[in-house]
Write a protein that binds this ligand. Structure first.
Ligand code: FAD
Ligand code: DLZ
Ligand code: SF4
Length: 518
């Protein structure tokens, strides 16, 4: 029997929040919440297996929470025999099961899924602080979009760290006091580790079954999977790491994967934490004298600045952004992005850490794997696919602009005014990777030279005409122009010899099978 007064509310794996607009707008007594684990979402990239466990476990815990709050929840597990394995299919099946014709949901975070579900009534996702319309208005008429100006507007809009209409401390940005190289003897607080309960154990077993050869270690699994646990992780960060957040933000240390980073991105992106609440906690800690202003400001900027800004760019430019390739990069991604099997210690280390933790901090993503991809001219689409797969926090709305715009400069400078290109010298200054590397970071060319050095100058040479027009790059081009012809030739030969030896990644044909497949 059709039930015209009933409503189906699909809740996706990254919408795990009681403050979801579709839940806030609904009448509990007349609604069925649908949550579905489906292979289409589990396989649209080769997700890290920890990310799959996180997603399924957090979904299952959220379904429990909704039930305790009085919601009727229809939860379809991955191993349910009749599972159609697409969200569209599961919404249709649920409508038929419950005799419901009215479906309302909060818009998906990714363009791909918003298109697929376009015939459903969608509410804008107010968990983000800047609406699509506000970002469009801000971007209108600007040839280049710059985060710093957007961020100031977000400070004014939210009132965070404001003294009337002035920024607290008299400055919008305290980066000059942040970002030092790592200091000897600094102590780093280990992140809180949450025990895997029976729900998480079941998800671990499920993922081991569907992706026996998938990328990434499944265990040890210690992520937060509920709002309460994510809030405990936030409190731990504010107390133990935030006071020194900015100071070590750009540092990289082999034995310290987390430094003073928050590790909150996966929880924020899944909906377990609200960005404004997280920023209010940081501001309160500063107002109570528990953290320096530079640290609180640096952290809040990442969230109301960078996070909102890249989301704005994503929706402003979708769906074409993914096709941008301003630097004409076409080289296939080498296999060491997946195996970590390379003599370059920095890359081997970041890939190993990524495999173990489904986490790397920003500078590892940007200045090691991202920088290498930029200098080596790796195909942006393949690099995008890699970043979307390997991190627990990866969703296209945040990953794509970071990869194509920030790391690869594939958008020609829309998002960042210059490419984040660096030679081995930068990595040496900011990390302890080079000391134990088989390559010599001080040598520019030759078989023992750090590959980042020849690749860096070869990159400048290849794009010299374009970069000469960029005031922030022109000096570097002129530095290259002062090389002798022999030095230039040596750079070209060293880079070519290195690039010719790269083994492309042999893309596996097999996708994980549904658990109920015979
Ligand atoms: P912290 O250093 O503690 O920062 C605090 C918070 O600020 C983060 O949790 C995050 O929510 C936000 N933030 C910081 N930098 C950025 C940024 N550049 N863009 C958006 N939010 C930011 N972040 C993702 O959440 N998902 C991704 O898929 C993702 N892909 C990336 C790909 C590349 C190539 C690069 C260079 C960066 C990417 N980032 C991505 C941004 C950033 O690296 C991560 O947000 C950060 O490393 C997460 O770790 P954390 O929570 O410890 O961050
Ligand atoms: C990431 C993910 C995965 C792995 N699996 C599911 C799933 O089975 N069901 C679901 O509703 N959502 C899943 N997600 C999150 C979606 O991929 C995410 O909602 C979209 O990418 C939009 O951001
Ligand atoms: Fe990386 Fe070069 Fe340092 Fe080796 S020497 S760790 S390749 S930057």
């Amino acid at each position: 029997m059709p039930k015209p007064d009933q409503c189906l509310i699909p809740v996706l794996g990254d919408q795990l929040s009681l403050a979801l607009p579709s839940l806030l707008a609904a009448d509990k007594a007349r609604s069925v919440v649908l949550m579905a684990e489906v292979m289409a979402e589990a396989t649209y990239v080769r997700h890290h297996r920890k990310k799959l466990v996180f997603c399924f476990s957090a979904m299952r815990h959220f379904a429990e929470r909704l039930r305790t709050e009085g919601w009727t929840v229809d939860y379809v597990t991955l191993d349910e025999p009749a599972n159609s394995h697409s969200l569209k299919g599961e919404i249709a099946r649920a409508c038929a099961r419950h005799g419901i014709t009215r479906v309302i949901m909060t818009e998906p975070g990714e363009w791909r899924l918003k298109q697929e579900l376009a015939d459903i009534d969608m509410l804008e996702d107010t968990r983000f602080l800047c609406s699509h319309a506000t970002f469009r208005q801000w971007a209108e008429g600007r040839r280049e979009l710059r985060m710093e100006f957007f961020y100031r507007d977000m400070r004014r809009q939210t009132g965070l760290l404001m003294d009337g209409d002035k920024p607290e401390g008299g400055k919008w940005n305290f980066d000059a006091e942040n970002r030092s190289p790592p200091r000897r003897g600094t102590r780093f607080p280990p992140p809180p580790r949450f025990e895997a309960d029976s729900i998480t154990q079941a998800c671990i077993a499920l993922v081991a079954r569907i992706a026996p050869d998938g990328f990434g270690d499944i265990t040890p699994f210690w992520f937060a999977v509920t709002q309460e646990q994510a809030e405990a992780a936030l409190t731990h960060f504010i107390t133990h790491a935030l006071p020194r957040f900015g100071e070590t933000q750009d540092a990289m240390l082999q034995d310290e994967p987390f430094l003073h980073h928050s590790l909150l991105s996966a929880y924020l992106n899944a909906g377990l934490l609200h960005p404004l609440a997280v920023c209010h906690s940081a501001e309160e800690a500063w107002r109570a004298g528990r953290v320096p202003l530079a640290a609180a400001e640096g952290f809040i900027r990442q969230i109301i600045g960078w996070r909102e800004y890249v989301r704005g760019v994503y929706w402003l430019t979708a769906p074409d952004y993914v096709n941008r390739n301003a630097l004409g990069a076409t080289r296939p991604i080498p296999d060491f992005y997946w195996t970590g099997d390379t003599d370059m210690n920095c890359i081997a280390h970041v890939v190993r850490q990524t495999r173990e933790e489904a986490y790397a901090h920003h500078i590892q993503r940007l200045m090691v794997t991202g920088n290498f991809a930029l200098l080596a001219g790796l195909d942006p689409e393949q690099v995008h696919e890699w970043y979307l797969a390997v991190y627990a926090d990866a969703y296209e709305w945040v990953e794509l602009p970071n990869t194509l715009g920030m790391a690869l400069h594939a958008d020609g400078g829309l998002l960042a005014s210059k490419p984040y290109a660096a030679s081995g010298n930068y990595i040496n200054r900011m990390s302890d990777y080079c000391g134990t590397c088989r390559y010599d970071v001080k040598q520019r060319t030759g078989p023992d030279a750090c590959p980042f050095n020849a690749l860096y100058w070869d990159f400048i040479a290849r794009h010299r005409e374009r970069f000469l027009l960029n005031p922030r790059m022109a000096n570097i081009c002129r530095g290259y122009d002062r090389f002798s012809d022999t030095e230039k030739e040596s750079v070209r030969e060293s880079a070519a010899a290195f690039l010719d030896r790269l083994e492309p990644w042999p893309r596996p044909q097999l996708r994980p099978q549904p658990p109920n497949a015979s």
